[in-house]
Unconditional design. Structure first.
Length: 298
């Protein structure tokens, strides 16, 4: 049952575009195959909004994205099928929080591996960036942060908890369909039990953004070799993933992850047979889509 995000309401801006495309978070679309087959275009548009590519960069970035999708289709989709099949099996039994934690760790490992795989392409782009493009990126980060504040930090604690609950319910309803009022009350209590400190998430979000900008400026100024740039980017990726395990905020991160896993476990535990059948059917549809996409890559 690894499809529910236990990540905080923020994202690594380099990681986001990889995960957006390669982890197929766009699968929430009514047609996974349609979303996946157009993912390269969506990813290009997303990146362009941050960087505003020039004429020389466009062709190379599009080729890199195409190569990444080709690799992903050939090497990763069968794994996704196995993950979904495992989730279907878990639905039939009594899934434990330990299993959900293992699923979360699995996704985290896969996400890091995808970023490491993409590091050469990220380095190629970084080596071509110009000062005005970094300015554009910085402005985009600021705009995204303003949106985060508006959505996640509006009002008092009750209002912020309500917004977070509504975002979680969007995911749960995608998988299980509708819930009764009694079920929603139980889910709301489990949701509100999670630690709430959106300032921490905003601080971490801005820390990562500043680190990305600093590394991009360093590469632009020092003009290292491609191999050196790749190594610097891979090191930054690993450091970012390690931060949640070693920073001064580890107790908060651990509590947030544990309580979110408990939230997911609560939803699965109180789901009716009909709701579980709804989730099983959705997973089966995605399994069939992934199978078709993987076969097309051969």
């Amino acid at each position: 049952m690894q499809k529910f995000s236990t990540q905080p309401p923020c994202s690594n801006s380099v990681a986001k575009w990889i995960v957006l495309a390669c982890m197929v978070l766009i699968a929430a679309c009514s047609s996974l195959k349609l979303a996946y087959n157009n993912g390269d275009t969506l990813l290009y548009w997303w990146l362009d909004a941050y960087v505003d590519f020039d004429g020389e960069q466009r062709a190379e970035v599009k080729q890199d994205i195409n190569d990444l999708f080709r690799w992903h289709r050939k090497t990763q989709l069968q794994d996704y099928i196995q993950l979904l099949q495992r989730a279907q099996t878990q639905l039939k039994g009594e899934v434990t929080q330990a299993q959900l934690k293992a699923d979360y760790d699995d996704i985290r490992t896969r996400t890091q591996a995808l970023l490491i795989k993409a590091a050469p392409d990220i380095a190629d782009l970084a080596l071509t960036l110009k000062p005005d493009q970094l300015d554009q990126m910085e402005k985009k980060f600021a705009k995204n942060n303003a949106k985060f504040r508006k959505e996640n930090m509006r009002g008092d604690r009750e209002e912020q908890n309500k917004f977070r609950y509504k975002k979680s319910m969007e995911q749960f309803k995608l998988w299980f369909g509708s819930f009764s009022n009694e079920q929603e009350d139980i889910i709301r209590k489990a949701s509100d039990a999670r630690p709430l400190d959106n300032q921490i998430w905003l601080d971490e979000r801005m820390r990562r953004q500043n680190a990305i900008l600093a590394l991009a400026r360093k590469i632009m100024t020092e003009k290292p070799s491609r191999e050196q740039a790749i190594a610097q980017i891979q090191s930054a990726i690993r450091e970012n993933f390690a931060r949640m395990d070693s920073s001064e905020r580890k107790p908060f991160y651990d509590a947030y992850t544990a309580s979110t896993i408990n939230l997911v476990h609560t939803v699965i535990r109180i789901a009716t047979p009909q709701q579980k059948a709804h989730a099983h059917k959705r997973m089966q549809g995605w399994i069939e889509d992934f199978s078709t996409l993987a076969a097309e890559a051969k």
